[in-house]
Design a protein around this ligand. Structure first.
Ligand code: SAM
Length: 333
C-alpha cells in the first residue's frame, strides 16, 4: 500500500479537466505545494510535456519536483523558487510559455502542521508564518513594530475580526512588557479578549497575520494583473508599446500561449472576489472565455474527507486566441 499523503489536493480532477491538457503541452503550477496537481498534470502532458513548478517554500518545491519526476519519468521540469507574483517574468526570462496555469492558493498541510513554522494556534512554536522562511518579516516582527492602528487594520481587513481594535490595543500594551514571539502567547492573548462563537477565537487573527506576512493579496493581484496583461496584449491594436504597437507578436515577452487556460482555487472571499472580478473583466472585454460561470466547489464526498476543501472555490478562463488579420481567414498565430 502506498504511504499516506500528508496533503490532499483540492478539486484535483475538476481543476485538471478544466485545463484540458494535451500530450506535449506545458503546464505551470504557480503553487506547487506537494505536487499533487502537478503530478496529475505530468501524467496528462506525458513525457514530451513540460512542467513548471513555482513555490515560495523551497522545501515544497523540492518535494513537488520529486513527485512529478516519479509520476512521469523523463519529463522536463523547471523549478522556480519565489512568489508567483514574479513567475511571469521568470518564465519570460527562461523562454517558457505555458498552455495551462493553476494556482491553488494558501498553504499546504505540512506547513501548517509543522509547529516550527508558526502558522497554527493549535501547536506552540515561534510566531513566524512566512511561507519563505528565508526572507521577509515574520509575524512576531510585524507585531513588534506595527502601530496599534496598523495591527487593527490588518485584523479587520484580512480576518474580518470584529474585536480587531481590542486585540490590537492588547498587543501593543503587552509587547511593552514582553514581546509576543510564540503562537501560544498570541493565541492566549486573543482568546483573553474575544470570543469566537464556535470556532477558536484565534482563528481570524492567525488568518489575517498569515495573509499580511506573506502579502497574499498583493501576490494574487500581481498574478491576475500579469494574466490580464497577457490576455489583453493579444487584442488586435492593443499590443504593448515595446513591440511597436499594433498587432505584432509580443516577441520574447509571452508567458501564456495563445488560448492558454488558467484555473485558480481560492479559499476565502477576499481572494475569490479578486479572481472573479479579474476573470469577468477579461470575459467582458472579449479577451477570455469563462470556463466556470459559477465557482466550482467540492462535492460532499471531498468535503467529508478533506477539511481544507470546505471553503474552496475554483474558477477558470481560456484566453481568447487572436487571429492575425493580415492572413486570409485570420489564422491563429
Ligand atoms: C495549497 S498548497 C498547493 C498544493 C498543491 N496544489 C498540491 O496539490 O500539492 C499552496 C502552496 O502555495 C505556496 N504559495 C502560497 N503563496 C505563494 C506565492 N505567493 N507564491 C508562490 N507560492 C506560494 C505555498 O507555499 C504552498 O506550498
Amino acid at each position: 500500500m502506498p504511504p499516506p499523503l500528508d496533503h490532499q489536493s483540492v478539486l484535483p480532477t475538476e481543476s485538471l479537466d478544466l485545463l484540458s491538457l494535451q500530450p506535449g503541452q506545458t503546464y505551470a503550477d504557480a503553487t506547487a505545494g506537494l505536487g499533487g496537481h502537478a503530478a496529475m498534470a505530468a501524467e496528462r502532458v506525458g513525457p514530451s510535456g513540460t512542467i513548471i513548478l513555482s513555490d515560495l517554500d523551497a522545501s515544497m518545491l523540492e518535494r513537488a519536483t520529486a513527485r512529478v519526476k516519479e509520476a512521469q519519468p523523463g519529463i522536463r521540469v523547471e523549478a522556480i523558487q519565489g512568489s508567483f507574483a514574479g513567475l511571469p517574468a521568470a518564465m519570460v526570462d527562461r523562454g517558457l510559455v505555458a498552455d495551462a496555469v493553476l494556482a491553488d492558493l494558501g498553504f499546504a498541510s505540512p506547513q501548517v502542521d509543522d509547529p516550527g513554522r508558526g502558522f497554527s494556534f493549535k501547536h506552540d512554536g515561534p510566531l513566524d508564518m512566512r511561507l519563505d522562511p528565508t526572507s521577509g518579516t515574520s509575524a512576531a516582527e510585524l507585531l513588534a513594530t506595527a502601530s496599534e492602528a496598523e495591527i487593527a487594520e490588518i485584523l479587520w481587513t484580512f480576518g474580518e475580526e470584529r474585536g480587531s481594535r481590542r486585540i490590537a490595543r492588547k498587543v501593543v500594551a503587552s509587547r511593552e512588557a514582553q514581546p509576543i514571539t510564540t503562537t501560544r502567547a498570541l493565541a492566549d492573548l486573543v482568546r483573553s479578549c474575544t470570543s469566537g462563537g464556535g470556532i477558536d477565537p484565534a482563528t481570524r487573527t492567525f488568518q489575517a497575520l498569515r495573509i499580511a506576512v506573506n502579502d497574499e493579496l498583493g501576490a494574487l493581484s500581481a498574478l491576475l494583473g500579469a494574466i490580464s496583461a497577457q490576455a489583453e496584449s493579444k487584442t488586435i491594436g492593443n499590443a504593448p508599446a515595446r513591440d511597436g504597437g499594433g498587432w505584432s507578436e509580443a516577441t520574447g515577452s509571452r508567458w501564456l500561449a495563445q488560448g492558454a487556460r488558467v484555473a485558480i482555487i481560492s479559499f476565502h472571499s477576499l481572494e475569490d472576489r479578486m479572481v472573479k472580478r479579474a476573470f469577468n473583466a477579461l470575459a467582458d472585454a472579449g479577451a477570455a472565455r469563462r470556463l466556470t460561470r459559477k465557482p466550482i466547489v467540492p462535492g460532499e464526498a471531498e468535503m467529508a474527507t478533506n477539511r481544507r476543501a470546505r471553503s474552496a472555490r475554483l474558477r477558470a478562463i481560456e484566453l481568447t486566441p487572436i487571429t492575425d488579420p493580415s492572413k486570409e481567414g485570420g489564422q491563429p498565430r
